[in-house]
Design a binder for this molecule. Sequence first.
Ligand code: ADP
Length: 313
Amino acid sequence: MALSLSFSVFLYQISNGEISRNFRRPIFVSVQDLNSGELDKLTYGRLREAQDRMQFGLLLFNLVVLIAGGAGSYFLARRTLKPIEEAFAAQSRFTADASHELRTPLTAMQSEIEVALRNKNLSSKASRQLLESNLEEVRKLESLSEALLKLAQNGHQKPEFQPVALQDVVDEALTNLKTRAKAKKINIKADSSPLVVTGDKEMLTEALTIVLDNAIKYSPAKSEVRIQATEDNHSAKLNVRDRGDGIAPRDLPYIFDRFYRGDRSRSKKGSEGYGLGLSIAQHIMQVHGGKISVSSRNNLGSTFTLTIPKAST
Ligand code: ADP
């Protein structure tokens, strides 16, 4: 607006000077006109008229600039601010969820300790139980802070891309979860695969470990989990199929959101977690230009698929 106004003032000065100079040039008129003073009136009348018209034109022009510029700026500012607003809202939601999750075990510990302290004759057996229960809560806090840390690192950690044999990723994930699978007597079948992808081996192993860990966690004891590697023209896929309860259709759209846990998982014993695993896995796949997807039917188990772009040869 300031630019437009100064430009208009400048334009007005120049044009005005030009018009005045033109009007000062000699005009040949009849003696009759000269005597009657009509010439002066005619000349200055036309000069004023030209000035008025120019003033009006410039005013109109500036008004249009003001309205169009204002509307344009408002529209662009809204567009620019939208992602920032969304990121800010997501950050606030995350902080609120994280503090809620951190507070839950702390509150449990606090009330247990308070109740125990009120009992003047606390037996050593009861004290032991209290300590064991507190230790469990401390372990939960530890695993939550580890997951939060991982989530924070994921945003900044620079992946080291190199050719990675999928077989190595599968083997390492299996090693990580051997004990857990054994405890539930879950049989994990993994077909061997010669596929090679471009990626960060550690991160891909982490993503597969998360999905495999869920498959173990949400499957009944003594069931089977299957890992299969397939490929199409551009990408390799790791499919992890379990024979668990499956995911309720109403939960499906949200399971990759941070802190989201299905109702069943919250209530089921032995399926502790914070709803952070799949969002970490999703981030890893996005960093690789790939994706994580799921197909699941109630009571028929779930299949999670990690899609990774293939190494270019
Ligand atoms: P967590 O397992 O800690 O709850 P995740 O982010 O790993 O968090 O998973 C989010 C939710 O997705 C789980 O709470 C569960 O409801 C659902 N889910 C994930 N994997 C499976 C699976 N293999 N079978 C059934 N439900 C699953």
